[in-house]
Write a protein of this length. Structure first.
Ligand code: TYD
Length: 224
């Protein structure tokens, strides 16, 4: 895959503050004069939003494989309609969750075949590989306390603690070299500590981006 833009993904378990960081980072990247498009999974397209409702509403019951296929269907819509056109015009796409979430939630936590997930997602995305994933990490107790404070849990948040422990371990494994060699379709993954104030966390994220792309996001990069 080659494109002129950049695909930056934010990942992490429930309650790590990902949505807050996604909004802040979109603002901060825009300040560097970049054409920034912030997108979220699942959803982000008209039919993707219907699929999101199916996936997250606790009233619906789904088998693990139906769940995985619906995440992939929502992803296919998003990639084709929004993501690829934005990358082709040179935009920086900041995406809240992508393929790594599927490997961790449906693969490691639900126990589906990683190879099956790889195949349906290669079909769904046309093998669109992120340029970088920032993985926000927080101790599970802290993250779960934040989720509980948010009110009505969705279908995945309702899962037992053991499920979220597997998610946590899965994300941790993904930062290792062995994972990155085995799943190159996830692209490079960098862990960012999500403890502290939202400002401190977004500063850490920006430092990672500045080191990797000094011309775009470094101290001497042009700001608007
Ligand atoms: P969302 O409300 O977007 O929450 P969050 O702020 O945690 O991202 O819910 C998305 C849920 O879907 C979340 O529990 C993670 C899960 N998910 C998967 O299980 N597989 C996937 O491929 C994706 C993209 C998300």
């Amino acid at each position: 895959m080659s494109s002129r833009g950049l695909l930056l993904v934010l990942e992490g378990g429930e309650g790590v503050g990902k949505t807050t960081q996604w909004q802040r980072l979109a603002d901060r990247l825009t300040q560097f004069g970049q054409d920034v498009l912030a997108l979220r999974e699942p959803g982000g397209t008209p039919s993707g939003d219907v699929i999101r409702e199916l996936l997250l509403n606790p009233r619906h019951s789904l088998t693990p494989s139906a769940e995985a296929l619906l995440f992939a269907a929502s992803r296919a819509e998003l990639v084709e309609r929004s993501l690829k056109p934005a990358l082709d015009r040179g935009a920086v796409v900041l995406l809240d969750r992508y393929l790594l979430s599927t490997y961790v939630y449906q693969g490691i936590a639900r126990g589906l075949s990683m190879d099956g997930l790889r195949r349906i997602n290669a079909f769904a995305t046309g093998q669109l590989v992120p340029d970088l994933t920032l993985l926000l990490s927080l101790p599970l107790n802290e993250a779960m306390a934040r989720t509980q404070a948010r009110g009505e849990p969705d279908r995945l948040e309702q899962e037992a603690r053991a499920f979220h422990e597997r998610v946590q371990e899965g994300f941790q494994t993904a930062t290792g070299n062995a994972w990155q060699a085995e799943y190159p379709e996830c692209g490079p993954i960098v862990s960012v500590l999500a403890q502290g104030t939202p400002d401190e966390v977004s500063e850490r994220c920006m430092q990672v981006l500045a080191v990797r792309w000094p011309d775009r996001f470094g101290a001497t990069a042009a700001r608007v």
